[in-house]
Ligand binder design. Structure first.
Ligand SMILES: [Zn+2]
Length: 91
């Protein structure tokens, strides 16, 4: 377990939602040697340790939201592909 290297108050990199960047964080909570909560050293926002991954959650939630909206929309069938041959070109 690599997390055992860390202790409360240590500095650790994690994704800050407020800063929207990978920032230095203080470890504020640990359980069984694993970092649970961290506090951003820049904006002092406290949140769960996300192992440096924060953007993904947002993406998936946004996608699922989009899917929900799309599911509620009436099904629009694509127009039939009627390709009109331009044979009758008057020359
Ligand atoms: Zn921050």
């Amino acid at each position: 377990m690599r997390e055992n290297e860390f202790r409360l108050g240590d500095t650790i990199d994690d994704y800050c939602k407020r800063c929207r960047l990978l920032m230095n964080h203080y470890i504020v909570s640990m359980v069984d040697g694993e970092v649970k909560k961290v506090r951003c050293q820049t904006c002092h926002h406290e949140h769960d340790f996300q192992h440096g991954q924060g953007g993904e959650k947002k993406k998936t939630s946004r996608k699922s939201l989009f899917d929900q909206v799309a599911a509620n929309l009436p099904q629009i069938s694509p127009p039939p592909k009627t390709i009109k041959p331009k044979k009758n070109q008057s020359t």
